[in-house]
Structure formats: structure tokens, C-alpha cells
Write a protein that binds this ligand. Structure first.
Ligand code: PLP
Length: 411
């Protein structure tokens, strides 16, 4: 039975030959330049998302979660679009510095930071979002040895989560952050050690498509930050409210409307209590900023029929697009948006399954979908490949050829 595909992001069109245009360029021209499999990222799409955020969130800093896409040309474009980078490892720190980002605009979060990563962050003046009392002790000891004042924030494990979010990062026992009730004592330790107190990081979830759920979580985040600051007895310099803005991946997903989120946050910030009067607020976003800018292009290397079912076999696969294959934490596999690049917008005429070249039944890119006729040599375009694509996939699996990356639409 035919299965639906996810919604193709707005703004894509074809030229008069029916060839998909990416950032104004023909998909086959990009492939002629860079080869397949190819991730092509449209920088204009990233700039448009950042501008949309700015329009609706005044006085809130915009941070990019580098984990979503650490490709250097993306980071370089981000330098002009965001106020800071949020890192998940020492490797991301090196990548961000190499791209030209200023360490003092960066923060690093993640459980299990090694001493070398803490040391690099302290040496560079990166804010460390502490995930435990043990990590705080190690960071303070390293800073003392280096004779540097560390910039320290505490990541709070909140008692709530973003309702309906694809990935819950709060509410209950978690390896991330410090349980809220233990935070005041830890902050006092940090203040007593004369560290540079940077505030709270409260990340309650990811991939949320409900504005109401995000509004509720942001209100709860401000409430919690106020309660904790009162308990500590100190003003709060910064509050990283987390993010969680999602994008529609599969049939039935609706785009997130950020307009009411901006208004509700503005009103809540206006009503903030005395401990948050001088606070800087930040929202950290990954997939919402870059997910839609990326297209994964693969070439069909075989077309075969097995027991009446037509397979288009491509030179890419789950080794580059794990999430699209349904193996990145999904309970039920559902099709991401996909198209035949050389027949974009043409009538669909046959039901096919588009698979990768790995010898595993897991390597499905699109299952039982209606497509225009496609043959060996044609290009398949997988949309929503700008976040958690290449670096979130098992690239070394089966020693297949690496994917290439390129940007289009730069200035
Ligand atoms: C701490 C933290 N920040 C940011 C993100 C980025 O999330 P997204 O790409 O959904 O915006 C994540 C995702 O898991 C996260 O754990």
C-alpha cells in the first residue's frame, strides 16, 4: 500500500526541464561539480530562518546548536546570523574556532566532558554548562591550576519537559543537568570559588511542533530560573532557555508558528521578577535553523523489481541519512519528503521504494512512495537533510564512499 511522504519545505521549484533548483542552481549542475552522494546546503534558507527569529524575538539572543550541522561553511555563515554557538564537545569547540567564532560567544554542554575538554573551554573563555557537582569540582580544580577565572553556568535538569516533543530532555532522572533542588547549593559553591557566574541553561526538549507546548515550557523555565535565583540569593546574569523548535518531517506534521511564542515570551520577560532584571536571555536552536536548508542528492544505480515491488537503488543511504531511514530513535518508520530531482513537480506514476546501497533491510530512504518514472542515472533528492544528517549517521558503516558537502546561495 502506498505510504505518504513528509511535506517538501516551501520554496523549492524546478526549471523548465523539470530539474529541481537548489538555491537557484540545478541539482544536476551541483552534482556535476561535486559528485554524489552530496549534501547541498542553501545558505539563503538559513539566513531567512535567522531573520524570521529576529523578527519575533527581540532582546533574546539567538544561539546555534553546532551539533545540528558543524560543516565549516555553515558555521561561517552563522557567524553573521547568530549571537553565539552552543557546543557539545571539544571537537565542536575546535571546529567553531577554526571557522572563526569568538570563544566568548560559546558555551559547552553535555554529560561526560573530559578534563581536556574542560581545560580547553576554560583556556578559551568558553562558558561551561555544568552537568553535575563532580564536573563542577573538576572545572574549578582545572581553573585553579591554570590560574584562570572560569566562566561557569549550571545546566538545570528541570522537573518538566516540552509536551509532545520528539526528544525529551527534562522531567525525571536524566544524565543531563543538575536536579533543580540541588542547584542552589552548587551555585553557591561556584560563587564562593569566585568563578565568573554565567547563569542557567535549561533545555527541556527538542523537535516540538506545538507553539502552546513551547510557550508553556518557556514560562516554566522562567519561573524555575526565578525560584532558583531567589534561593541562591543572587541576580541571574544569563538564562539560556533551551530551544526545541521543530520542523515538519513526516506526513501530518504541521509547521511550528513561532509568532505566538515570541509574543508570550516578550510578555513573560516584561513581567520578570527582580532577580532577572538584568538577565540576558538566549534561545539555542539547531534543526529549526538549518534542517530545511539541506538536500541530500543521490544517484540511482539500479532499478529492479522483486515480487512485483519496484526498488530504486541509490549510491547513498542510511550511512549518511540515518534519521531519514527511520533508525535514529524513531519507533515507527515514516517517510521524509523525497523527490526525483530530474522530474520535480511531475505527475507521480508508480509506487517505488527508494533504498540505499547497504546490504541491510534497514537501509530504506523512502518506502512504498508514489513517484514520477525514474531510471538508472537519475537523481533522488531527500529534503530536510540540513540537520543531523552526515555527522549523525554511521558514515564508516560498510566502508562506503563518503558523502560530499557544499553550500549554495552564499554572498
Ligand atoms: C543541549 C541541546 N541543545 C540544543 C540541541 C539542539 O536541538 P535542535 O536541533 O532540535 O534544535 C540539543 C538536541 O538534542 C541539545 O541536547
Amino acid at each position: 500500500m502506498t505510504k505518504p511522504i513528509g511535506p517538501i519545505p516551501a520554496g523549492f521549484s524546478a526549471d523548465s526541464d523539470g530539474m529541481l533548483l537548489i538555491g537557484g542552481r540545478r541539482a544536476d549542475a551541483l552534482v556535476a561539480e561535486a559528485g554524489t552522494p552530496l549534501f547541498a546546503y542553501d545558505l539563503k534558507s538559513v539566513a531567512a530562518k535567522a531573520a524570521l527569529f529576529r523578527e519575533h524575538f527581540d532582546d533574546v539572543d539567538l544561539h546555534f546548536a553546532v551539533k545540528a550541522n558543524p560543516y565549516t561553511a555553515i558555521l561561517q555563515r552563522m557567524l553573521k546570523l547568530v549571537d553565539g554557538f552552543d557546543l557539545a564537545s571539544g571537537g565542536e569547540l575546535e571546529t567553531a574556532i577554526a571557522a572563526g567564532a569568538a570563544p566568548r560567544t560559546m558555551s559547552i554542554a553535555g554529560p561526560g566532558k573530559r578534563d581536556a575538554e574542560l581545560e580547553a573551554a576554560i583556556r578559551h573563555g568558553v562558558t561551561i554548562n555544568l552537568e553535575s557537582e563532580g564536573e563542577a569540582g573538576r572545572a574549578l580544580a582545572i581553573a585553579e591550576r591554570l590560574d584562570v577565572t572560569p566562566r561557569l553556568a549550571v545546566r538545570v535538569n528541570p522537573d518538566f519537559e516540552i509536551k509532545g516533543s520528539g526528544m525529551r530532555m527534562g522531567g525525571g532522572a536524566k544524565p543531563f543537568g543538575v536536579d533543580a533542588e540541588r542547584v542552589p547549593a552548587l551555585v553557591r559553591t561556584i560563587l564562593d570559588a569566585s568563578a565568573d557566574w554565567q547563569g542557567f541553561h535549561i533545555f527541556a526538549g527538542s523537535q516540538a511542533l506545538s507553539a502552546d507546548a513551547l510557550i508553556e515550557a518557556q514560562q516554566a523555565t522562567l519561573d524555575l530560573a526565578e525560584t532558583l535565583s531567589e534561593a541562591v540569593g543572587a541576580d541571574l546574569p544569563k538564562l539560556n532557555l533551551g530551544g526545541g523548535f521543530g520542523i515538519p518531517y513526516v506526513h501530518g506534521d504541521q509547521s511550528l508558528d513561532i509568532v505566538p511564542i515570541g509574543s508570550a515570551l516578550r510578555a513573560r520577560i516584561a513581567a520578570r521578577g527582580p532577580r532577572l532584571r538584568g538577565t540576558r536571555f538566549a534561545i539555542e536552536l539547531g534543526r529549526w535553523l538549518v534542517g530545511e536548508c539541506g538536500i541530500y542528492l543521490t544517484r540511482i544505480v539500479d532499478r529492479k523489481v522483486s515480487k512485483g515491488k519496484t526498488f530504486l537503488i541509490t549510491d547513498g543511504g542510511m550511512q549518511h541519512q540515518l534519521a531519514a531511514s527511520g533508525n535514529f530513535g524513531q519507533v515507527i518508520r515514516r517517510n521524509y519528503p523525497v523527490a526525483i530531482a530530474s522530474a520535480f513537480g511531475s505527475d507521480t506514476v508508480e509506487e517505488v521504494s527508494i533504498v540505499g546501497c547497504l546490504c541491510t533491510p534497514l537501509d530504506i530512504l523512502a518506502d512504498d512512495v508514489m513517484m514520477p518514472r525514474a531510471d538508472v542515472g537519475d537523481l533522488v533528492a531527500m529534503f530536510l537533510a540540513g540537520a543531523y544528517g552526515l555527522t549523525a549517521s554511521p558514515q564508516a558503516f560498510l566502508s562506503q564512499a563518503p558523502a560530499r558537502e557544499m553550500v549554495v546561495g552564499g554572498d
